[in-house]
Ligand binder design. Structure first.
Ligand code: 3PG
Length: 305
């Protein structure tokens, strides 16, 4: 009987876990959960005899891979797989997949939750501002960016995007204006929502030049990864621009250097963009089905390595 380990430091909603268990029970797989673990060694130990592992932002490092004697597949229930050592997995012949699009609406909704919290002055009762007729720039037009565009239009915003990997026609189909460069996006939009992955090219790429070019009352929204921000530049922009706000689902390492600007920022205590029952069900079920399809039919459609 195949063993599947669901290792989630930040657990799925119970309704999602129950559905994952039911899928594996029906397929006659042994499904084991490791939740809210505090030591990486607990994960390594639990993965030792697993044939497959489902994770969220949990770190699949070389130790997890090398110690997973039976490990054939790791599925990241979510979009970003920067938490998986792809090189180590590839070297050991372990397939890595993600579940693209499954949690993107949840992340996109949080973008607006955080923005409105900021624009209404953290709900302190004072007079705030609105989204209608303002420009929002979507930095990378993937599944989350697309959902952000849809919702932004509902708010009556003017929606712009920059993504060198998506065709102009594809983006324009959604009634979104495509801009020719990242510089143009930041220059044009009071609100910029980040949806780039954390890669060698994008890390620290959101820098002083971009942030200082944003129009008045600029708001940067980050539901992507903290690593894409140049944090020295973030500290500098907060000091230089009294109108700059930053709302983020991921706490920056430099958070303590920004405490004096607390009215102009918001950070989730724990990354919670994808933390909804619906997203957990969608991503969790997709991960479970992908594992079964892999073992039963050699289906490697969502392989990323
Ligand atoms: C993703 O990449 O899918 C999101 O960042 C969600 O991450 P999470 O599953 O850890 O909440």
């Amino acid at each position: 009987m195949k063993k599947v380990l669901v290792a989630t430091d930040k657990p799925f909603a119970k309704v999602a876990s129950d559905q994952i268990k039911a899928i594996f029970a029906k397929a006659n797989y042994n499904c084991v959960f490791l939740e809210k673990y505090t030591q990486q060694s607990d994960f390594i130990l639990a993965a030792q005899d697993a044939d497959a592992v489902i994770i969220r932002s949990d770190k699949v490092d070389k130790d997890v891979i090398d110690n997973g004697k039976n490990l054939k597949i790791v599925v990241r229930a979510g979009a970003g797989y920067d938490n998986v050592d792809l090189a180590a997995a590839t070297e050991k012949g372990v397939v890595v997949m993600n579940t693209p699009g499954q949690n993107s609406n949840a992340v996109a909704e949080l973008v607006f939750g955080m923005v409105i919290f900021q624009l209404r002055n953290h709900f302190d009762g004072s007079s705030g501002t609105e989204l209608k007729d303002k420009n929002i720039g979507i930095h990378a037009y993937g599944n989350v960016g697309k959902n952000v565009a849809r919702i932004a239009k509902g708010f009556g915003m003017h929606v712009f995007a920059f993504d060198p990997f998506v065709s102009k026609q594809e983006i324009e189909k959604d009634g979104v204006t495509v801009l020719g460069s990242v510089e143009e996006l930041y220059k044009t939009c009071q609100f910029v929502s980040l949806h780039i992955p954390a890669t060698a090219e994008t890390k620290k790429s959101i820098n002083y030049a971009l942030l200082s070019s944003m129009p008045g009352n600029a708001v940067l929204i980050n539901t992507a990864r903290k690593e894409v921000i140049n944090e020295d530049d973030l500290i500098r922009i907060f000091a230089d621009r009294k109108d700059f706000c930053y709302v983020s689902d991921v706490q920056p390492d430099c958070a303590s250097a920004l405490t004096e600007y607390s009215k102009r920022l918001f950070f989730s205590p724990k990354k919670m963009g994808a933390q909804t029952e619906e997203a957990n069900i969608n991503a969790g079920i997709a991960a479970a089905n992908q594992i079964i399809a892999f073992f039963e039919n050699n289906d490697i459609r969502f392989k990323v390595n």
